[in-house]
Every structure is written in structure tokens, then in C-alpha cells.
Design a protein around this ligand. Structure first.
Ligand SMILES: *[C@@H]1O[C@H](CO)[C@@H](O)[C@H](O)[C@H]1NC(C)=O
Ligand SMILES: *[C@@H]1O[C@H](CO)[C@@H](O)[C@H](O)[C@H]1NC(C)=O
Ligand SMILES: *[C@@H]1O[C@H](CO)[C@@H](O)[C@H](O)[C@H]1NC(C)=O
Ligand SMILES: *[C@@H]1O[C@H](CO)[C@@H](O)[C@H](O)[C@H]1NC(C)=O
Ligand SMILES: *[C@@H]1O[C@H](CO)[C@@H](O)[C@H](O)[C@H]1NC(C)=O
Length: 378
């Protein structure tokens, strides 16, 4: 650790000591830097930062059929090739890593090694969210995360504190991105939320929305960040959650193909967004309201889950931009003309109010649906 980093820790400790008295849940040290023993993630020297998102990889489908293992091998090839093509500073895998309903209890998380192999080999910092297919009789979000952490020195995935996330939803955390490696405060916060779904290990259904307990945690974390790092306006944010918030169904009905380019092949209905089942409408609103009221300069909320969709659009009631990922895996439902690939975000300025460019890149190198997400974006 450099002297400068050590000095920053000392400054932080004194701030923490000073603030601890007024803060009942004294988890300030976490907020200061939850990754003391990992390399800090920063913008490049030229002031840019590139983040690439894989989604819905669906490994482990029908392992007893020839095509199951061939799908997995093809997905691994896609991951390897896209990492080389994009060369990102950070990678996100946004849920449904594994088709858990086809896996075996004794070795279900072995697939995590296969999925993360190319990212670990390329030594790119990354983190994951888990999806509804990652919670099944023989697999849980927690088990996947534990396996990931045990094999990946550059995984920044964390588990929420006890009591946060609800049953089956431990994957709530944030990752700070700095302008320069040893700056005291970050300029960008990546937020990750666990939308759960799927089944409990006793085969009863799991709620498919971010648990309301996450709202209060988010509020506390943001309060601590503001206390330690100064006003929220100095930072921007990008949020990832596997299942789109419920409000996105209405957005899908008012798309304009010029402003919101991209495949829109999935008609959203029950099961397509969080809390869309009977009697559940609005059960994700505690989370959705908290996200939009507590997080300042939120560039976008990013989800997978609906493999046929890849557009971005502004959600008018909260005035926040939403983007779909691109289906990356050979597993999972698809159609021959949809293509597979990634969504990349390019930050070209550390100014937190500056727009962010994003596009879809397919496995064959095609780039499409390029848009700039800024305050004028609709
Ligand atoms: C795997 O990829 C190869 C090469 O693109 C393709 O020919 C094959 O059909 C794919 N296999 C499956 C099961 O999708
Ligand atoms: C879970 O794993 C067990 C043990 O391998 C297997 O017998 C069972 O079929 C699996 N269950 C499901 C739902 O995949
Ligand atoms: C996992 O276990 C099942 C059942 O014991 C076996 O058929 C399968 O080949 C194993 N899969 C892997 C990836 O080792
Ligand atoms: C879509 O947006 C474009 C660009 O702003 C605009 O010219 C066009 O009228 C819009 N189309 C519809 C159907 O609203
Ligand atoms: C969903 O919200 C409704 C209304 O607040 C509540 O009655 C119901 O218990 C919630 N469902 C679950 C599974 O939490």
C-alpha cells in the first residue's frame, strides 16, 4: 500500500471517530473504503472509464443433452471474445448466471468457475448481481456469491449486512470508482441490488422484487457517504438490478424507435418486471422510491431478464433513465435474429453531471443502438 493510501485511511479513521458519536449504526469504516485490501478502481489517465455488462448467461442448461454443454462452451467463447474486443476497466454480470433448475446440488456452483474463468484470467475487476434462475432448489444467490469470492481476487461483489435484502436477496452493495487511484472521495458509485425471484430451496416461490429493507440501508449508506465525502452532487451513480422495476412496463408502451433504438421483442407482462404477479403490484415501490430519492446524479438503472429487449428510455414519473442489457448467453430463451452480446457504458468525463455514452455490441462485432444518456435524453 502506498504512503498516500495509508494517509487517506488515517484521515478517514479520524473522520470516522469524529462522526461515530452522531451516527447510531457506525459502519463508517465500511463506507470509507469497503475494499481496503483490493486495488482501487479508477478512471483512466485520460479521464475515461469503460464498463461492459454481460447478462443472462444461463449456464448449466440441460447438462445431460449435447447442446447443453455446447451452449456453455459457446458462452465462454463469447465472454472471452467480448472481453478482448471491449477491453473494459470494469465488468458487470447482471444476473441469471446459471439456469439453476437444471443443476445438481453437489456441484451446481462449479459452473461459477467456468463463467468467471475468462474474467479472472484477464484480471479485470468485476462484480455480479444474481437473478431469478440463480435461486432454485439446488442453488442460491448466496452460494454463487461465496463461490465467486473464493476464486476471484478481483471480484467486488459483497453481501449486504444481516437483515438487509430479505430472504434470498443478499446481493445488495456498492462499489466506489475514483478519478485518481488515491483520491480521498470517489466520483462514481456503482450500485447493485438483488431482485430475488425464482424458488427457495424448499421449492416455494421467492418474492421477485428488491426487499423493502434495502431502502433504509441505502438511505443510511448515502448519509454516511455524504458525511465522509462531502455533498452528494460531487458523485454520480449507475445502478444494476436483474429484474426491471415494475414501472418499466409502462415505459415499454411509449417507446420511440429514434430516441429509444434497439430490439423490443419482449412484450412486458406478468413476470417481466419486479412484483408483477397478482396482489404484488407495487411491492417494489419502497425500493424504487428510495433509489430515486436518495441517489443523486443517477445516470441509469440497468436490468436484464427480458432477453428480447435492449433499449434505453426515460421513466417519466421518477425522471430516471432505464436501460436493458443485451442477452449474452447461449442458454436461456432467445430467437435466431436477436443476436448475443454486451452493453457497454463509456464515461468520457469525471464531471458527475456529464452524459454517458452507451451501445450494444454483438458477438460478430456489430455495434448498434448507440445513445448518450444525459439530461436531454428521452
Ligand atoms: C455454438 O457456436 C457455433 C459457432 O458459432 C455454432 O455453429 C453452434 O451452433 C453453436 N452451438 C449451439 C448449441 O448453439
Ligand atoms: C437437485 O440435486 C439433486 C442431487 O443431485 C438431484 O437429484 C435433483 O434432481 C436436483 N433437483 C432439481 C430440481 O434440479
Ligand atoms: C454434476 O453432477 C451430476 C450428477 O452427479 C453429473 O452428472 C454432472 O456431470 C456433474 N457436472 C459437473 C459439471 O461436474
Ligand atoms: C420520435 O422522436 C423523433 C426525434 O425527437 C421525433 O422527430 C418523432 O416525431 C418522434 N416520433 C413519434 C412517433 O413521436
Ligand atoms: C405485497 O404488498 C401487499 C400490499 O402492501 C402486501 O399485503 C403483501 O403482503 C405483499 N406481498 C408480499 C409477498 O410481501
Amino acid at each position: 500500500m502506498s504512503l498516500k493510501a495509508f494517509a487517506n485511511i488515517l484521515v478517514g479513521l479520524s473522520l470516522w471517530a469524529n462522526s461515530a458519536r452522531s451516527v447510531p449504526t457506525a459502519r463508517s469504516l465500511d463506507v470509507l473504503d469497503p475494499y481496503l485490501f483490493k486495488p482501487r478502481i479508477s478512471f483512466d489517465n485520460d479521464g475515461t472509464f469503460k464498463l461492459t455488462v454481460f447478462s443472462d448467461l444461463h449456464y448449466g442448461e440441460n447438462p445431460w443433452d449435447w447442446w447443453g454443454t455446447e451452449h456453455d462452451a459457446n458462452s465462454t467463447r463469447l465472454i472471452t471474445n467480448m472481453l478482448a474486443a471491449e477491453n473494459p476497466s470494469y465488468v458487470v454480470i447482471n444476473g441469471d448466471l446459471i439456469t439453476g433448475e437444471n443443476t445438481f446440488k453437489e456441484n451446481s456452483t462449479d459452473l461459477v468457475n467456468e463463467i468467471l474463468g475468462p474474467i479472472n484470467k484477464a484480471r479485470i475487476p468485476f462484480s455480479t448481481t444474481q437473478g431469478n434462475h440463480d435461486n432454485q432448489v439446488n442453488i442460491t444467490h448466496l452460494k454463487e456469491i461465496q463461490r465467486e469470492l473464493s476464486i476471484s481476487p478481483l471480484s467486488y461483489t459483497r453481501i449486504a449486512p444481516p437483515g438487509v435484502g430479505g430472504v434470498g436477496g443478499p446481493g445488495n452493495y456498492w462499489v466506489p470508482i475514483y478519478r485518481k487511484k488515491y483520491d480521498f472521495a470517489p466520483v462514481l458509485i456503482l450500485w447493485f441490488f438483488d431482485s430475488r425471484g425464482g424458488f427457495k430451496t424448499d421449492n416455494t416461490p421467492m418474492p421477485d422484487w428488491v426487499d423493502p429493507s434495502v431502502a433504509k440501508w441505502m438511505e443510511e449508506e448515502v448519509a454516511m457517504m455524504n458525511l465522509l465525502w462531502g455533498p452528494a452532487e460531487r458523485r454520480s451513480a449507475l445502478a444494476f438490478v436483474h429484474i426491471p422495476p415494475n414501472a418499466i412496463q409502462a415505459v415499454s408502451e411509449t417507446l420511440n424507435s429514434t430516441l429509444n433504438p434497439g430490439l423490443n421483442a419482449d412484450e412486458l407482462g406478468q413476470g417481466s418486471t419486479q412484483a408483477s404477479g397478482p396482489g404484488e403490484q407495487g411491492n417494489d415501490s419502497v425500493f424504487w422510491d428510495a433509489l430515486n430519492s436518495h441517489i443523486t446524479n443517477l445516470h441509469a438503472v440497468v436490468s436484464g431478464h427480458d432477453h428480447g429487449n435492449e433499449w434505453c428510455a426515460r421513466e417519466p414519473t421518477k425522471d430516471v433513465i432505464f436501460c436493458f442489457d443485451k442477452h449474452s448467453g447461449y442458454g436461456g430463451y432467445d430467437s435466431p435474429d436477436w443476436g448475443r452480446g454486451v452493453r457497454t457504458f463509456i464515461f468520457s468525463s469525471t464531471d458527475p453531471t456529464h452524459g454517458v455514452e452507451t451501445y450494444i455490441k454483438l458477438e460478430d462485432g456489430t455495434v448498434r443502438d448507440r445513445v448518450v444518456l444525459d439530461k436531454n435524453y428521452q
